[in-house]
Design a protein around this ligand. Structure first.
Ligand code: PEP
Ligand code: MN
Length: 359
């Protein structure tokens, strides 16, 4: 049975970004103990972007975590980034391991960590890679499964982006964790609002969003004095703020027992199925027209892509969307896909001569 599924929803992981001192670790644990926290986190080896910053207290901090476990009965988790970390973690009785975003990007390292875990049964959490690559994330999970690890959770901590206008440290890109869950139905999904937002005033908002998106758990960085934290100061919240966050959090379920609502949903879904069938038929008709247009273009030696026409489509469809209170961006993005498919079909028509040539 999975540790992550036995303990109620949300499965809650809290604790500081880094284990800074014995006092800081024990003080945080004492405060957190009062809350419905299932797992205590603290980084003991810290992956820092630049050298010269605090890089963790290493093995010494493992002793403090063991003390948390013994004193408060809270299971503990740390990040491991190489086989030596795994060895030390196992030696000190760490209950759960996690692989950080900067490690998940590297299949060599993930494999070495997996090899160090051969023959061991310990729950492992895999953070998403820094880049939004669902295959890489799934691949890391599979490397662990291959060595026999069965209790695995994925942690969504957002993705690096050059988009400097965003107010978040890492873009949530929800489609990526959604796709991972589609592929791995039984996988426990945990959201880390601290690393997504990078700022404490937004942590609650993303935590709620994760609950609304059917995540099973949350990992939230918690520090008794966040402003004094040695790493990730801006995003950590106090245990009291965590308590407050939890008191406002609405935990949602995938299903309801209310039969009248079940029927209502069923009715609305049937209507939606009909609309979707119409959309697909309309798209098929649109593509047929596009093929006929392609034939005319071929006769007249015209290009498949016509910038003026595309500009007109973007402008008119965008306007139409606005009139119907639809998001203009959404409709334009959708049309980019539709237009791309049309052009692809027309290119097939226009390139008959090349096909002949290649025969
Ligand atoms: C962390 O959890 O403190 C951490 C370093 O996370 P990530 O790997 O998501 O950057
Ligand atoms: Mn951190």
């Amino acid at each position: 049975m999975s540790l992550f599924k036995t303990s109620g929803k949300p499965f809650l992981i809290a604790g500081p970004c880094s284990a800074e001192s014995r006092e800081q670790v024990l003080e945080t644990a004492a405060a957190i103990k009062e809350l419905p926290v299932h797992l205590f986190r603290a980084g003991v080896w810290k992956p820092r972007t630049r050298p010269g910053n605090f890089e963790g207290n290493g093995v010494e901090a493992l002793i403090w975590l063991k003390e948390v476990k013994d004193t408060y009965g809270l299971p503990v988790t740390i990040e491991v980034a190489e086989p030596a970390h795994v060895e030390e973690a196992l030696k000190y009785g760490i209950d759960v391991l996690w692989i950080g975003a900067r490690t998940t990007v590297n299949p060599f390292l993930v494999q070495r960590i997996a090899d160090a875990l051969k023959g061991v049964q310990i729950p492992v959490m895999v953070k998403n890679p820094v880049n939004p690559d669902v295959d890489l994330w799934e691949g890391a999970i599979e490397r662990l499964q291959q060595v026999g690890i069965t209790d695995i959770a994925a942690i969504h901590r957002g993705f690096f982006s050059y988009n400097t206008s965003s107010s978040f440290r890492n873009q949530p890109n929800w489609v990526v964790p959604i796709e991972l869950r589609r592929r791995k139905r039984e996988l426990t999904m945990i959201c880390d609002p601290s690393h997504i937002t990078g700022r404490r005033d937004k942590v609650a908002e993303i935590a709620q969003k994760a609950m609304d998106m059917h995540f099973d758990g949350l990992m939230i960085e918690t520090h008794p004095r966040p402003d004094e934290a040695w790493s990730d100061a801006a995003q950590q919240i106090t245990p009291l703020a965590l308590k407050e966050l939890l008191s406002h959090l609405i935990v949602r379920e995938q299903y309801t027992d209310d039969m009248s609502k079940v029927m209502e949903l069923e009715y609305l879904r049937q209507l939606m199925d009909t609309v979707d069938a119409e959309i697909i038929e309309l798209l098929s008709r649109r593509l047929e027209l596009s093929e006929r247009i392609g034939a005319v273009k071929k006769e007249c030696n015209m290009t498949a892509y016509q910038p003026d026409r595309w500009r007109e489509i973007v402008a008119t469809r965008g306007e139409h969307a606005k009139r119907l209170s639809l998001s203009e961006d959404f409709i334009v993005e959708l049309y980019e896909k539709i237009h791309h498919e049309s052009i692809k079909k027309q290119l097939e028509t226009l390139q008959d001569n090349i096909k002949e040539f290649n025969k």
